[in-house]
Structures are given as C-alpha cells and as structure tokens.
Design a protein around this ligand. Structure first.
Ligand SMILES: [Zn+2]
Length: 479
C-alpha cells in the first residue's frame, strides 16, 4: 500500500444497484421465493396484474434517491471523488486512497420467519437451500408477468424521481424531462438484462451464482464493478465485501473474494436485521482473525434499517451457546423512543454493546473492528461536550478502544465544521482514540443529503496525520 490520505469509508454504488435488487426482491417475493425458496408457488403468475409486495415502497424511495443524487457508474463515482479531492485544500498533500464499502440490501424485508411465512435459515432443508441458489431467471412462460411487474417498478421509480425534482425546484421543466427520459432508458436497459441469461465472465470466480452461494443481481454486479476498479488501481483502492449472515454460503464468498480475491475487508450492516453475534458470522470472523482481515460495522443509530416490524434471529453467546432473539419494533419503541434521525432497528441491532459477545469470545479479542461513524454525530457531540448519558455509543466505543488493541472507529458522515475540534477534545482526554480514529467521507451517501464532497474534504483538513493516514493504514494491513 502506498502512503496516502485514506478515505476509509466511502461507497461507489448507484441507482442501478438498488433497482437490480428491487426487481429481484419483488419478483422473488411474488413467487414465495424471498429471501429463500420455500414450498411451492402459492401466487398465480399467469395474470398480468400481480399484487405488489406491500413493503416495496421503501425500496422504491431508496432507488429513487440514488438515481437522483448519483448519476455516474461506480468507476465514474471513483473518478469524481478523486476530482473533488484534487479541487480541495488537500491538492498539495498526499494522494487519496479509497476504501469503497459494499452494501447488501437483499434481506431488508426478511423477518427471519417471524410471521410464519417461512422457516428459519437454520432449519431450511438442503434441497430448499439449493433451490434458493438458482439465479433469478425469467422463463419464457413468465415473460409477460415479469414485463408487467418490471414496467410497474420502473414507473414508480420514475414518478418518485420527478416528484423529488419538482419539490426541490432545482431544475427547469425541460431539464426534468431530459433526466426522466435518460433514466427511463437506463431502467429499460436494466430490465432487458434481467431477461437475458447472464454470460459467464472469465476471472470472476464465485460471482456467477454457481456452486454453494446465493447471489442476487445487484450484489453480484457490484462485486464485479468494485473488483474491476481494484484491479485497475491496486495500490489505491481497497474494497470491502458486504457480508450478511443470511446470505447462503457467505463464508465461501469471504474466502473467494476477500481472502483470495480483490477485496480487502468485510462490511457489516447490522441494522438490516442481524446481530454481530449471529452464529453464521462466527466462521467469517475466524477467517478474519487468522488473516488480519479488517471488519467495518455500521454503528450509528440512523441509516437504512430493516423494514420489518418483527424479526426472528439468533445470537451466539461467548460461551458458544446459541439463543433465539426476537426484535419487535412496537415493543422496543415503547421502551426507547427513537429521536429524530434515529431508527428502532438501528438502535437495537447496531448498538456497540452487542459486540461484547463477539470480542469476549475466547480467541476473538484480536478481531479488527471499525465502529463506523463513531456512534453517530449526536453521540459524538454529547460525549465531547461532557453531556453523555450512560448509554452513549461514542463513550462505549472509546471504552472498547481502551480495552482492545484492534478496535477502531471512523468519523465518516459527521458533517459540521466543528467536528475536527470535537474529536480533538475527545482525544485529549482519551489518547487511545487518537491512535484508532480514522477519516472517512461516506460519499456517495453524502450526496443524497445534498452535501458537497469538496467542502467535506476541506473541513477535515484539520485532522492530525494519524487520523488521515497512519491509523487506517494499520487497520487495513493484512497479516
Ligand atoms: Zn456508509
């Protein structure tokens, strides 16, 4: 790895990723095949007009927000980040190294069987698991209903994008109609690719959906895109593979793409409905510990959480026993009402205290973990200002840093020009944090909220070199 300033937390995804997954989730759901195949098809697929999944709106909003804010492909997103860096006050400084993190939104509606629609992953028979591994395929006899479904998804995304543009009044009517036309063409192209069987590309081992792993279109395409950017920029781009323990064969994916592939580390997004102590993450963490592979986990009370009101899942305790866990949003909110910008599922699943069962497991104390967002802006402010409540996440992460040598945190998505001085205040009292905190942008998510990347770079110019470079270099280094 060359010496550089490191953006240890960015994303290069775009609307295409979300639309790919939207089509896959919706289509599979209508065939009782989401997130796994379970039983025979109960819904009619002969009628052209299919009932849409009731929860799909959240995903349409997500896709629309990405299509509106991010107009480039992953490689274009990377070039744009380099351009902003060159434009910023960093221009005379070290080169920029980027750590693009993948997302895996496929399980966003999975309730783990809380509503009895399917059995839990642990009890799925092998035959059913195998059936779930079949790539999304639109057979000839399903062409008409698929086209009707995809067309409806396309219209809903287009409608949402134009409503957003109109509301913000940012563009003239003519520009809106050009954008709509371009977007419609883009969506048509994606739909067309869903119909065509995917040709096997050489050198993309494990990403064809063959073998024992479950692949979805958006996930697979994003692995390919990030792998290509890495191969073109081997010394300056270090992608992280999105890991969700519910994806069948996830340890195999980590083996193929992280241990023996183009990916540097592992990304977890627990608010989508699982704990870091999920039993199927255990083999993944073992690979990470044995090879010094870094893990980044979303740790702020906001973000893009599971859309299920109830989730049935499991937790592996430090003594090795596995216990069931049940999340009930309504009951949770009664006890701990989320403040503005907070989400119940994030508060429940992304709580840094959940990591104790992992880090206190025998042999797991050296796992390298980055608690992304350092507990989130509000927690950082309260902690730096000496107003932290007992359950302050930033305080908890600092305590973990003081206890474990390989606990890190990034300060991505923390807008506010006073942030570097708040961080400095924390480090004065807790010097360990000065050796573990890392710079990050959360680009392209930053764009969705209308923040400029160049000005973000300028605001963080004030960070000490350890946080801009050395700490992240140590975190990323594999053994
Ligand atoms: Zn992020």
């Amino acid at each position: 790895m060359k010496k550089g300033n490191i953006d240890v937390h960015c994303h290069l995804l775009n609307g295409r990723f979300a639309f790919d997954e939207l089509l896959e989730i919706g289509w599979r759901w209508m065939h009782d095949d989401y997130p796994y195949k379970d039983g025979q098809m109960r819904r009619s697929v002969r009628s052209v007009k299919l009932p849409l999944p009731p929860f799909i709106r959240g995903l349409i909003l997500y896709a629309a927000s990405l299509f509106e804010a991010v107009t480039r492909d992953p490689e274009g997103n990377y070039r744009y980040e380099l351009d902003c860096y060159a434009e910023s006050a960093f221009s005379d400084s070290l080169p920029l190294l980027a750590v693009p993190l993948m997302m895996d939104i496929y399980f966003i509606f999975d309730d783990g069987g809380a509503h009895g629609r399917r059995s839990t992953p642990g009890t799925l028979t092998l035959a059913k698991r195998r059936a779930s591994l079949e790539p999304l395929h639109v057979g000839k006899n399903l062409q008409v209903p698929f086209d009707a479904f995809a067309e409806e998804m396309k219209e809903l995304v287009l409608q949402e994008v134009s409503e957003r543009m109109a509301k913000e009044g940012r563009r003239a009517a003519a520009a809106v109609s050009i954008k709509k036309k371009e977007l419609a063409e883009q969506l048509d192209a994606i739909i067309g690719e869903c119909r065509a069987p995917r040709e096997k590309k050489a050198g993309t081992r494990g990403s064809s959906g063959a073998g024992d792993v479950q692949m979805t279109r958006g996930y697979r395409n994003h692995i390919d895109a990030l792998g290509e950017i890495r191969r073109k920029n081997p010394d300056s781009v270090f992608p992280f593979l999105a890991v969700d323990p519910r994806r069948i064969g996830i340890d195999r994916l980590v083996n193929d793409h992280v241990l023996h592939g183009d990916f540097q580390g592992v990304k977890l997004y627990c608010p989508l409905g699982y704990l870091p102590s999920h039993p199927d993450l255990n083999p993944v963490f073992r690979i990470c510990i044995a090879n010094g592979i870094p893990v980044t986990a979303h740790t702020s009370p906001g973000g893009f959480p599971s859309q299920s009101g109830e989730i049935r899942t499991f937790s592996r305790k430090k003594d090795g026993s596995v216990v069931p866990v049940f999340f009930n949003k309504a009951a949770f909110v009664k006890k701990r009402k989320p403040a503005g910008g907070e989400c119940a599922a994030s508060l429940f699943f992304a709580d840094p205290l959940n990591w104790l069962e992992v880090l206190e497991s025998p042999g797991f104390e050296n796992l390298k973990v980055n608690f992304a967002h350092f507990g989130g802006e509000e927690n950082i402010r309260a902690f730096a200002g000496g107003k932290a409540k007992a359950d302050n996440w930033t305080a908890c992460i600092v305590e973990l840093m003081e206890r474990y040598d390989n606990v890190y945190a990034d300060i991505s998505y923390c807008p506010g020009s006073d942030m570097p001085s708040l961080i400095e205040k924390i480090v004065r009292v807790h010097p360990k944090a000065g050796q573990r905190l890392m710079f990050g942008t959360d680009y392209v998510m930053l764009m969705i909220n209308g923040c400029g990347l160049t000005s973000y770079f300028n605001e963080y110019m004030a960070l000490p070199p350890a946080m801009l470079s050395d700490n992240a270099a140590r975190f990323l280094k594999r053994s």
